[in-house]
Structures are given as C-alpha cells and as structure tokens.
Ligand binder design. Structure first.
Ligand SMILES: Cc1ncc(COP(=O)(O)O)c(C=O)c1O
Length: 263
C-alpha cells in the first residue's frame, strides 16, 4: 500500500495503534492537523500486528471520519480468516467506506482476484472509469468464472474454513514453541507478530535467522513514515507448505531467541 501511494504521489502518514488497531484520538488529531482525504485500515487482523478492532473502536473511527469528511479504505483481505470478528466497517457505514476484499488469503493465491465495494456507483465510476481503458477491460475471465462458481457452490466457504483450521494449528504451534516470547496473534492468523526486547537488535536477529534459512520481516518494512514504533518482526506461518517446515522454522526462531525449547 505504501509503495502504491508513493507511485500515485499520495502523502501517507502513520497513526498510533494499540492492541485494537488505530487509536481514535490519534486519528482525530491527524484529521485536525493534516486534513487527510482518506483513512486506510485493516480492522480485522491488521497486517502485521494482527490487531482486531472491537465494534466500539470501529464505530468511534467511523464517527470521526464522518465528522471530518474523511473516506475510509477498508482492506479486509485477511478478515474472512477470523471467524469471530465484528462486522466490517463497510457494513456499518457503507456511505463512507471503500471496501476491498481479495481472494489471495482466504481462497487461492493463483486466482489473483479482488473485489471493491464503493460507497456509490458514481464514486466507483469516477475512480475506475478513467483507468479502465488504460489498464483493463475486464478481470481475467477464467479466474472470475472459477471464483464465482466456488462462491456460489459453497466451495469457497469450505476452502476458507480449511485455511482457518490449518492456521489455528500453526498458531498453536507458534504459541507452544515460542512460549515465553512476546507474541501477538489471532487464533487463526496467517502470521504472528513477535515483539523483541529493547536490547535486541532486530536487524541482527533477522540476519541471523536468514543465515539459518529462515526469512522473517522486520517492523521497518511496515512503517510508512519514519522509524517503526515497535522493535518486532513478523513471522509468516502460511508460507511454508508443510506444518513440519513451520515447526522447523519456529524452532530456529526459538533457539535464536534463547528460549528453552519445548517438545
Ligand atoms: C492486508 C493486506 N492487503 C492486501 C494484500 C495483498 O494481497 P494480494 O496478494 O491479493 O495482492 C496483503 C498481502 O499480504 C495484505 O496482507
């Protein structure tokens, strides 16, 4: 998102977050100071911290956005993977929310399909109309046909449930192997967020893991302006094809952290 914004010459400012995602006071202060046009957010399973906004938090942010005439861009790509999440912002305030749902995480990477729900047909046309003739006439027809068929037949829901089941097992594995570490995760997350002690240099940590064949992402890659607020790394649990490989990677992380290994 940050690199897309950069290409479009859109100025991006980060907002302070807590365990429920964007802090309303921080958003309101930014509205007063910066007069933003839009708020971009992942209310369910924030990438990378895995924060999930409560319904109250969602309503507070919607209220602030309305008062300051700020559009909300809700990227819900990971949202279907959290079974007990509150409704999307778009369901609460369809008039101010642009809703984005991609199928990469909850269905299949290879489809390369995503959906956008705009506040109105007019607004949709004003954004996508000019781009249509430049870059696309229609989505890839085969992908669209497969996605539609799977959604209508219930296959999509079954695949999504299977991804949730596998993710739940992998998160439990991470919690067990990294017992004692400061780990944030939803119970069905595709990734976990590992906060490091202030004394540990995350770049050294990432480099050491890389030498041992384990790739993790430092918090710097997710900061949109300035230094990242947390000394942390994101561990993807979904990239390795097998659970055995996830376990092997987690054990390397645990030993590099100096945790006592659990069986
Ligand atoms: C929140 C979020 N939005 C969008 C994307 C990109 O999804 P896609 O692979 O469908 O382009 C990701 C990928 O990790 C993501 O985490």
């Amino acid at each position: 998102m940050a690199s897309l914004a950069q290409r479009a010459h859109v100025r991006v400012r980060g907002l302070e977050i807590d365990s429920e995602g964007i802090i309303p006071d921080a958003f309101e202060a930014a509205c007063l100071k910066e007069r933003p046009k839009a708020l971009y957010c992942n209310p369910t399973d924030h990438n990378p911290t895995t924060a999930v906004m409560s319904e109250t938090r969602r309503r507070e942010l919607i209220d602030i956005a309305r008062r300051h005439s700020v559009l909300i861009i809700e990227d819900d790509t990971l949202g279907r993977l959290v079974s007990d999440a509150p409704p999307p912002l778009a369901a609460m305030a369809p008039d101010v929310v642009w809703y984005i749902m991609g199928l990469t995480k909850c269905l299949a990477h290879g489809l390369r399909m995503a959906y956008v729900v705009a506040p109105s047909a007019t607004e949709m046309e004003s954004v996508f109309g000019p781009a249509r003739r430049l870059s696309f006439w229609a989505p890839a027809a085969l992908s669209a046909a497969i996605a539609t068929y799977w959604i209508e037949q219930g296959t999509a829901e079954a695949i999504c449930a299977a991804i949730r089941d596998e993710s739940r097992e992998r998160v439990q594995l991470a919690r067990r192997i990294l017992d004692g570490a400061d780990l944030a995760a939803t119970s069905e997350a595709l990734h976990v967020w590992l906060r490091l002690d202030a004394s540990r240099d995350r770049h050294d940590f990432v480099a050491s893991l890389e030498r041992q064949g384990v790739l993790v992402r430092p918090s710097d890659l997710f900061a949109v302006d300035g230094d990242p607020p947390e000394n942390a790394v994101r561990l993807s649990l979904s990239s390795p094809p097998s659970r055995a490989e996830v376990e092997c990677g987690l054990r390397t992380v645990a030993s590099t952290l100096g945790l006592v290994s659990s069986s």
